[in-house]
Design a protein around this ligand. Structure first.
Ligand SMILES: [Zn+2]
Length: 89
């Protein structure tokens, strides 16, 4: 199998303290927006603010097909790896 196409989920958050745009991204084996919306991010802002935000709270969320030599979506920083509760049936 040489199927190493994944999806990069890109999130644009707004800093809760100063309003700067903060970008976060994660890799997923799926393009499903709702799945990645459940992912938690810990963005850090230049103003010193940091916090935990759900993908759902982003200003903008988009998906790009992502080719990678290894399946990064299997790593811990992927959208798929940090779900609070795995989406069941
Ligand atoms: Zn800030």
């Amino acid at each position: 199998m040489t199927d190493s196409v994944e999806f990069a989920h890109v999130f644009l958050f707004r800093c809760a303290a100063c309003g700067r745009p903060l970008a976060s991204a994660c890799a997923s084996t799926q393009s499903n927006l709702e799945l990645a919306d459940a992912h938690l991010f810990d963005p850090h802002c230049f103003c010193g603010w940091t916090g935990t935000l759900m993908g759902l709270e982003s200003v903008k969320h988009w998906v790009e097909p992502w080719e990678s030599p290894t399946l990064v979506a299997k790593e811990s920083d992927s959208c798929d790896g940090k779900l609070e509760q795995p989406l069941g049936s």
